[in-house]
Design a protein around this ligand. Structure first.
Ligand SMILES: O=C(O)c1ccccc1N[C@@H]1O[C@H](COP(=O)(O)O)[C@@H](O)[C@H]1O
Length: 234
């Protein structure tokens, strides 16, 4: 995986990874991040499923970073989940209060994991400039997506542009309806730190579809190899 701060092409995150097969395939294809869901609960059952995927990454030395994705918004269970699974990247798919976030980060600082936090900002909710700036002061990255998540719908472009006036693009995971067909154009236009896709990578069975994974990774990597298309004027 590319290191933070390295000038590099846009990273790729694939979400809702549930099987070791999908994990291996994504790693082989050069996906940088695997989003592993524990959306509504961080109980032992959910954490053991996350842990078994993390074990595959560690045991097989896969070059993909697991991201724990949750809507749980309480400090103790989130800190425990990271401790129990060994995951170092956390996606909070819910807007925390600034005080809550502060408490979480204080708790995480006492852990040895050096967790990177990605927090949801939904551009269509027109977050205030002040709130967005406060969030940016606390977290490492934001994910721009619909609050609901997993919608397969693109963000409204005017709302997206408004939000990107406040958030540096190299701290953005861009999500929401990104597909193998539209990802090249979005990367060329915005050059986010990472693109994130879920619905478009799943086949009818709900599992990751190999052809879609290949098409998605190829579309992003081809741009990187070409040095990227010129940034679009917004
Ligand atoms: O997929 C879900 O059900 C989900 C539920 C709650 C929060 C996030 C969820 N999914 C995340 O949504 C983005 C984008 O998905 P899509 O490409 O638009 O389908 C991705 O990070 C998913 O992990």
């Amino acid at each position: 995986m590319q290191a933070i701060g390295e000038p590099a092409s846009t990273r790729i995150k694939g979400c809702r990874v549930r099987t070791s097969t999908a994990l291996r395939r994504m790693s082989e294809l050069g996906f940088d991040f695997a989003g592993i869901h524990a959306i509504d609960s961080l109980d032992d059952h959910a954490l053991s499923a996350v842990r078994s995927l993390v074990d595959v990454i560690v045991d097989e030395m896969l070059t993909i970073e697991p991201v724990l994705l949750t809507k749980v918004d309480a400090v103790a269970p989130v800190a425990r989940a990271l401790r129990k699974t060994g995951v170092r990247w956390l996606q909070l798919h819910r807007t925390w209060s600034v005080d809550g976030l502060d408490a979480l980060l204080t708790a995480l600082r006492s852990e040895p994991l050096n967790t990177k936090v990605i927090m949801l900002v939904d551009p269509e909710e027109t977050p205030s400039r002040e709130l967005t700036t406060e969030i940016l002061d606390l977290v490492d990255f934001v994910i721009l997506d619909h609050r609901q998540g997993g919608t397969g719908r693109l963000l409204d472009s005017r709302a997206l542009h408004r939000t990107l006036d406040v958030i540096p693009i190299d701290r953005v995971f861009l999500a929401g309806g990104i597909t193998p067909d539209n990802v090249a154009s979005l990367v060329s236009s915005y050059r986010p730190y990472a693109v994130d896709a879920q619905s478009s990578l799943l086949g009818p069975s709900g599992d990751h579809d190999v052809d879609r994974l290949v098409a998605f990774a190829t579309a992003v990597r081809r741009l990187g190899a070409e040095g990227g298309a010129p940034r679009a004027i917004r």
